[in-house]
Design a protein around this ligand. Sequence first.
Ligand code: GN1
Ligand code: MG
Length: 362
Amino acid sequence: MEITEIISRFKIDGEPSEIKQLTAGNINRTYRVRIGERKYILQNINVNVFHDPDALMNNIIGVCEHLRSKLPAGADPLRETMNFIDARDGRHYFVDEDGKYWRMYVYIDAISYQSITKPGLFYKAGKAFGRFQSMLADYPAETLAETIPNFHNTPSRFEDFRKAVENCRLPERLSESKELIDALLSREKLAHIATDAIASGEMPLRVTHNDTKLNNILMDKDTEEGLCVIDLDTVMPGSVLYDFGDAIRFGASTAAEDEPDVSKIALDTALFDEFTLGFLEGTNGALNSCELSLLPEGALLLTYEQAMRFLGDYLNGDTYFKIDYPEHNLVRARAQVTLLFDIEKKLPELHGIVEKYIKENH
Ligand code: GN1
Ligand code: MG
């Protein structure tokens, strides 16, 4: 179906004067659309990844309403929360004749960053994700559907990875990945950090974002304050380690998550420091001592998990992540493993940073 036809199925008057495909995101296809004075985002929900788009949209609408109710006086709800447009049939999405699911929301004129380009920016990112977490602290988590079952269940990710290795039908890919595979399989113990703490009752389940890449925060163009956290498809009950850890994995690395030159990849401890400060301010005393003491392990865990996900996808024949070239998932996995090694090395230093801020607050 033509894009213009799809757009016409949403409750917006007027004809689009500009449609532009945006390239960010590894999962969904996204367009920016101008209609009259206003811009919108039109997004094709990837149903191979999100099997229940109806439940997914109900999650998001509920979470957005809750966030809106928490905005301080004077905040602009059109910029500080996502505003979805219903389809003409009253649903939160439109299904086209090919069975594709589409949603639309009001475009927010702001910046999102792929990497940290100046001091202070990652502090603001930490604050935005921390605040997101605390604004949802009283959200009824039991009403949230699990949009991707076991999304950050690392032991289950480890099993998936092991199976991808075992069942791989691409011998060349298997042999060129051998070193990475060995590094990942030998670290099975890591996979249990969060799930064990949750099972013991020491680590609470919270409503978490679960995809806290830097580029999922829209920031004000002038002040660079975090305006709105986007990409809410994976908001589900989870551990704070997932949100903290994934943000560090992506944002505190000295290189992109798919950097081919591994000599450029390390964990920037100054960025870790900034983010930690912002995150602790944003969560505003809500984290318990178990959560605080394991924050650095969160970074380790999520980097480990992401390495297994990228490499597993490579061994499975690239069925999940969008790729730009055939070796893309291998390059991504190698980058993540490089970062993982560096985080392992710096773990004591990272604990020192977290402890410094805990002491300052007591
Ligand atoms: C995907 O769609 P995007 O780019 O925000 C993925 C994340 C990964 C990330 C790696 C639903 O996120 O879990 O960490 O790629 N989202 C899903 O770049 O799998
Ligand atoms: Mg995203």
